[in-house]
Design a protein around this ligand. Structure first.
Ligand code: SF4
Length: 373
């Protein structure tokens, strides 16, 4: 929960959910909202998949999902799990054997719909494998693959059908006394997703995995996800998120974090506040921000940096940031530290200097946090 009673218009009251574990990552309850992504390499190509998992983890992913479509992938999964710095979720569709193999291979969670894997005996076997290997389950309802009887009942994918599907899968797990599950009700349409998520949030206390499925490319998918997930998160719904983009998984993680950062739900790395620039700019704001985003990727400490083209908004923004730079005249600008004007710096040396100042501030904040523990 992010509460800021001094500014009540910023408060978000998170829905109270049960907490489950995905490996060593708590999901639900008062745990931080976990950011997930999914690999898009062939799972059987272990080195490539592990490299992608590591890159995603380096970018901040708490959990990574890997597809397990065949037996060879189950075998590869074992090696991937061994090399992964974060818990791995195995994505299973229909094949109950893959579910059992993935649990045995060390997956921290199975994404599987118990109603779609065959008769009761098979369901029981998968649940037993999950239980025996400390593996949680994510029920993943998708508007595009709703059960036939629900489509017949409702005529088309609609929020009620998605909630009913989710509750049917939940019932199967509960009937088997299995409670380590979370649920998602995804659709590619933001209205359908948002309504289905609100419905399921009311109907269960299970942790919720948020996602807008098949959201699109980097720009359109980011906007769709920010609107869909952003609205739900703002309502307090969602314990873990995955932004689905037709892009590198690292981009999904970055976008996921930016959505959470915008709502004050999680903080990681440098939050750059920059102006759009105009004829008044004292230096090239756009190019500078692009370079700084890249040069500061290694900073994980939550902190803020303002890069503002001129004195119209520069001093005001710098007041609220850890490090600031405001463009001035004659090829130089003012550096602000902890909100106060500190010293002048030439435009040529400004990027290296800001990187240095940010690294110094991050080290100070890390040391202060360590001392407070
Ligand atoms: S802060 Fe200055 S340079 Fe930036 S957009 Fe505003 S007026 Fe233009």
């Amino acid at each position: 929960m992010s509460l800021n009673h001094v500014r009540p218009w910023r408060d978000i009251y998170r829905r109270k959910s049960r907490q489950i574990m995905v490996g060593n990552v708590p999901v639900g309850g008062d745990a931080p909202i976990a950011v997930q992504t999914m690999t898009n390499t062939l799972t059987t190509e272990v080195a490539a998949t592990v490299a992608q998992v590591q890159a995603a983890a380096e970018a901040g992913a708490d959990i990574v999902r890997v597809s397990v479509p065949d037996e060879a992938s189950s075998k590869a999964l074992k090696e991937i799990v061994r090399e992964s710095p974060v818990p791995i979720v195995a994505d299973i569709h229909f094949h109950y054997r893959r579910g059992i193999e993935a649990a045995e291979a060390g997956a921290a969670c199975l994404r599987i719909n118990p109603g779609n894997i065959g008769d009761e005996k098979r369901v029981k076997e998968v649940i037993k494998a999950a239980r025996d290997h400390n593996c949680s389950i994510r029920i993943g309802v998708n508007a595009g693959s709703l059960e036939k009887h629900l489509l017949e009942k409702y005529g088309e994918p609609c929020p009620e059908a998605m909630v009913e599907s989710g509750l049917e899968h939940i019932r199967i797990l509960q009937d088997n006394d299995f409670h380590e599950f979370k649920i998602s009700v995804k659709a590619s349409d933001v209205f359908l997703s948002a309504a289905a998520y609100q419905g399921i949030a009311e109907a269960t206390d299970a942790p919720i995995h948020l996602g807008i499925t098949e959201a699109g490319g980097l720009v359109s998918g980011t906007i769709k996800s920010a609107i869909g997930l952003g609205n739900l998160l703002w309502m307090g719904i969602g314990d873990t998120i995955r932004v689905s983009l037709s892009a590198d998984p690292v981009e999904e993680v970055k976008v996921g974090f930016e959505i959470l950062k915008s709502l004050g739900l999680r903080h990681r790395g440098v939050n750059i506040i920059s102006c759009p620039s105009c004829a008044r700019q004292g230096f090239d704001v756009i190019k500078t921000v692009e370079t700084l985003e890249h040069r500061l990727e290694h900073i994980k400490t939550p902190m803020s940096l303002s890069i503002i083209g001129c004195v119209v908004n520069g001093p005001g923004e710098a007041l609220m940031t850890d490090v600031g730079f405001t463009g001035g005249g004659a090829g130089s600008g003012m550096v602000y530290l902890a909100g106060k004007a500190s010293h002048k710096m030439s435009n040529e040396q400004m990027i290296d200097h800001i990187v240095e100042q940010v690294e110094k501030k991050a080290a100070e904040l890390d040391a202060a946090a360590e001392a407070a523990e």
